[in-house]
Design a protein around this ligand. Structure first.
Ligand SMILES: Cc1cc2nc3c(=O)[nH]c(=O)nc-3n(C[C@H](O)[C@H](O)[C@H](O)COP(=O)(O)O)c2cc1C
Length: 171
């Protein structure tokens, strides 16, 4: 299947990216195609709430930024993985901007499966994100295929990367 990973970390070589790379390695070993969109470092603005998409735009957004590269990937993925560092108990601002832009299509992801990969400084800081993630995938009509979290000194360890790789392999 085609797996789209939205990496919301602002760090190109950070802790989330290390988990994403390990996940990608595992998923590719299992025969899947993996596309990573580094939305955390792309030019993606938050939704303006202008309603152009739901009036004149026929589901398209008036803002022509890097989200235009993400929409076709969302539309064609069989699985979507949200990967993010934890910022103040939530997704990164960059991931929030990306999620807000889902509004143009309402349910732009057609995937049946979803996943969540989170990196944080402390453990047990994931409740708000998990609630949001489950609501978003329910709206999109898909199912959770797994959640990987990694906290503090665990980040970038062999054990953490093995956990992410195994998640990819298990799909
Ligand atoms: C603005 C900001 C807010 C953060 N908020 C939290 C937080 O609420 N809880 C937590 O455990 N870690 C928090 N962290 C720590 C990061 O989640 C952690 O360092 C993570 O591993 C960074 O991943 P990255 O290298 O992919 O950016 C925060 C870091 C930053 C920069």
């Amino acid at each position: 299947m085609k797996i789209l990973v939205l990496n919301g970390s602002p760090h190109k070589d950070g802790n989330t990216t290390a988990l994403v790379s390990a996940f990608q390695k595992g998923a590719q070993a299992a025969g899947h195609e993996v596309v990573v969109c580094p939305v955390g470092t792309m030019n993606i603005k938050g939704c303006l709430g202008c309603e152009y998409c739901h009036t004149k735009g026929e589901g398209t957004c008036i803002q022509k930024d890097d989200m235009q590269k993400v929409y076709p990937e969302l539309n064609s993925a069989d699985m979507v993985v949200f990967a993010s560092s934890v910022h103040y108990f939530g997704f990164t601002g960059q991931m929030e901007c990306t999620l807000s832009r889902f509004y143009a299509g309402m349910k732009p992801a057609k995937a049946a499966k979803y996943g969540l990969i989170l990196s944080s400084g402390s453990p047990n800081v994931y409740a708000a994100i998990e609630t949001q993630y489950k609501s978003v995938i329910s709206l999109c009509g898909g199912e959770d295929a797994g959640i990987i979290t990694c906290a503090g000194a665990e980040n970038k360890t062999e054990a953490a990367l093995a956990k992410a790789e195994e998640f990819g392999k298990s799909l």
